[in-house]
Every structure is written in C-alpha cells, then in structure tokens.
Write a new protein. Structure first.
Ligand code: MEV
Length: 424
C-alpha cells in the first residue's frame, strides 16, 4: 500500500517524533537517523525555532576567502557553498585585484520598496492623484509602525504611484520607499505596507490585495569596481579574452545567465554564511539584469587605454546586520564577526566586491585554459570521498584520477583498492 504523506499535527511534534515518522515513511536506517540527530553547532532546539517541521540540520562547508581588500580595508570573507573551487577562485582573484590596488565600492541609502496593489478602480488616474495628495498622511501612518527604525534615522521616506495595464484591467501600484538602515527590512516594509492599505482603499475607493516588499531593490544598490594591470593577469591577450567574454555576455542572455551565475556563486555563499536571505539577493540581481527589457550582465569588463582591465559590478543588495537568522544562527553570528562590517552598506559593498572577484576568476579561467582542469582536481576530491577514501588517501586517489582524466566513482574505488593492497 502506498504510504501517505498526510500527517496531521506534524508541526506540533518534537523533532525526534517527526524524525520517527519520516524514518518509517522513507525507510531511513539507524545510521541515517544518527546523522540527522547530530546537529553539531546548530542545536536542534535553535533550528526548531528557526523554521517549521524540523528533523535535523543541513550542514554545508564553511570556508574563508582570503586576500580581499576593499577601500583599503582588509577582509576575510566567510563563504558557505557546496561548490568546489568557488572559495579558492575568489581568493585568487582577490589577490590579483589587491596587487592592482584593491576594490573600490559605493552604495546608495538602504531604501527598500513596499508595493501596495489597488484594483477595482473606477478611475485609476484619479486614484493615483488621491494617493499622491495624501502622501504625508500615508507616510506618517507607515512610520507609526516602527518607532525603533525611526529612532535610527530610517523609516518611510517617500511614496510614488503608477497605473499599470494588466490582463485584469488597470491597477494602481503604490510604492512606499523605506530606509531600512542596518536591517534587510522585509518585516518593517511588509508591516508598513499592510498598515497603510486600509487608508489607501479609503482614499481610492479601490480594493487592495497585495502588500509586500519588492525584491527588485533598485534604490538599494551596491557597486564595486577595480582596475587590474595586464601583467597581473598574464598579459594583454588575457585582458582581451576577458573583455570579449564580457561583450559576449552583454549581448547574449544565454551567456549572461551563466556570467551572472558566476558572480552570484560568491555573493550567495557569503549571504548564506551570514544567515541573510539569499533568495532575495538572487531574485533582485536577475530582475535588475533584465530591467531594461532584455536580460543582460550585472558586471562588465573592458580594456582601458593602457591595455589594463577595468571591471565593475552593480546590483541590488538587500542585506542586513540584524534580524532573521543573522542573530539566531550561531555560525552566522560568527561569520558576521569574521566579516567585521559595521553597517549594512559596508556589508553590501563587500558583497559586490566578492561578486566581481568571483566573476573575474571565472572569466579569467574561461578565457584561458577553461575551467575544467582546476574544477576537476577539486571535484576529484569529492568523488574520492564518495568512493570511500579517507585521510591522505583522498588526495592520492584524486590526483591519480585527474592524471588519468577519469574522474569517476568506479575508478576511484579501483584506485582505493589498489592503494590498500600496496600498503598491505
Ligand atoms: C560555475 O559555477 C560558474 C561559471 O560557469 C561562471 C561563468 O561561466 O562565468 C564558471
């Protein structure tokens, strides 16, 4: 008989009770249960308060990228990622950029947008004027929701309204602009958007459905740029290769998606390590890349008049130092301490620099020998571990597979057996 996934009151159970249900459903072994129960540095009760229906934790490797210098300040960059070579590549690119003077950065005021959707309007343009003329009142109502944010100089600063055409007729979309200071801001903005909705309904005679933050945070941008002498890259041919790669991605959305993914490899790893919302950052980056109607790149590389390489990146960066898992997750807390940023703006700018470094590392490899050789040796270590290698056997098996260009679990197993026999 097929097993049922309908479990009433699952959320009310203790993690170990949930685990026993999952064990029966999925046929987990005792060994697997032990792995799930061993939550290491994220205690089960903390995890159980972070999300729902917890049965364990999901560990990811946490590494530190070195060599970063941003606006003259040195940083160690905590990164959580499952992808081999990301941390090494970031460190390597940061070293090259450092030798060329390091990263420079800037950022806007940390303003997030709250959207309020008004429908069923008799006259959408007139409704827009009504909202705009009540701006002060609406902003006051929004700011009444968050005296703490106000006391730090943040809060709802402005609003705007647009009439849009949709498949269900005209809608009035009101944007609340909220300075979130050192918070990511989703909670503050959503609370404000919900609080002003009845007022907006009354003013317009329409009906409000959605009241929610926009992840396309065009008013909370971070920018990083750098110049790298051609000698540091191995000559003008490499500069050309990277500039050609960038031009390709700028013109072609198929390549742009991968180009941007390369930059996001670094950014997301840091955002994840620090307990911030990496989905918000991903959504914002890709939407920003398509803002002009055609998906393109968030970072670009060009050859300057000296034949050196200029690079820059700009993207929305809604990250915070407070709220969410930043404080509750003990490792995120430590990651923040390692990163040692004093404001959400500084954090956002360092993230932009990490994205630029990660993008540079990928393009440099792609424009040269390709990424497979570097990737393969790291990937080979993973395969060796999967095949059962332990301790110093891992590197022996990995390098043998890379030499043979046969990075496969079956081959790893053969090499392990052979090494065991030789040692015996
Ligand atoms: C792999 O995770 C990322 C790259 O594909 C990025 C790129 O192609 O620029 C190497």
């Amino acid at each position: 008989m097929a097993k049922s996934s309908e479990v009433s009151g699952f959320y009310k159970l203790l993690p170990k009770e949930r685990l026993s249900i999952v064990k029966d459903f999925a046929g987990l072994t005792e060994e697997e249960i032990k792995l799930l129960e061993n939550t290491g540095s994220l205690p089960m009760d903390v995890a159980d308060h972070m999300v729902e229906n917890v049965i364990g934790v999901f560990p990811e490797p946490l590494g530190v990228a070195v060599n970063f210098q941003v606006n003259g300040k040195d940083y160690l960059i905590p990164m959580a990622t499952e992808e081999p070579s990301v941390i090494a590549a970031a460190s390597h690119a940061a070293k090259i950029v450092r030798d060329g003077g390091g990263f420079r950065t800037s950022s806007t005021t940390p303003i997030m947008i709250g959207q309020i959707q008004v429908v069923k309007l008799k006259d959408a343009e007139a409704a827009k004027e009504q909202v705009l003329s009540a701006k002060a009142e609406i902003l006051k109502k929004a700011n009444d929701q968050d005296p703490v944010l106000n006391s730090f100089g943040g809060g709802a600063k402005d609003l705007d309204a647009r009439v849009i055409e949709t498949t269900m007729g005209q809608m009035l979309i009101v944007h609340l602009y909220v300075d979130c200071r050192d918070a990511m801001g989703a909670n503050a903005v959503n609370t404000m958007a919900e609080a002003v909705a009845p007022m907006i309904e009354q003013l317009t005679g329409g009906h409000v459905y959605l009241r929610i933050i926009s992840n396309l945070a065009v008013k909370r941008l971070a920018k990083a740029w750098c110049t790298i002498p051609k000698e540091a890259l191995g000559g003008e041919a490499v500069v050309d290769g990277i500039a050609y790669a960038s031009a390709f991605a700028a013109a072609d959305p198929y390549r742009a998606a991968t180009h941007n993914k390369g930059a996001m490899n670094g950014i997301v790893a840091v955002v994840l390590a620090t307990g911030n919302d990496h989905r918000a950052i991903e959504a914002g980056a890709h939407a920003y890349a398509a803002l002009n109607g055609k998906y393109t790149i968030i970072s670009k590389w060009t050859k300057n008049k000296n034949g050196d390489l200029d690079g820059e990146i700009e993207l929305p960066m809604a990250v915070g130092l407070i709220g969410g898992a930043v404080k509750t997750h003990p490792i995120a807390h430590i990651a923040m301490k390692i990163l040692n940023v004093k404001s959400a703006n500084e954090f956002a700018e360092v993230l932009a620099a990490v994205g630029l470094a990660q993008n540079l590392a990928a393009l440099r490899a792609l424009a040269n020998e390709g990424i497979q050789r570097g990737h393969m040796s790291l990937h080979a270590r993973n395969i060796a571990v999967i095949a059962g290698a332990k301790g110093d056997i891992v590197d022996k098996v990995a390098s043998q597979m890379v030499k043979e260009r046969k990075v496969r679990v079956d081959r790893a197993k053969e090499i392990i057996e052979k090494l065991k026999i030789e040692e015996f």
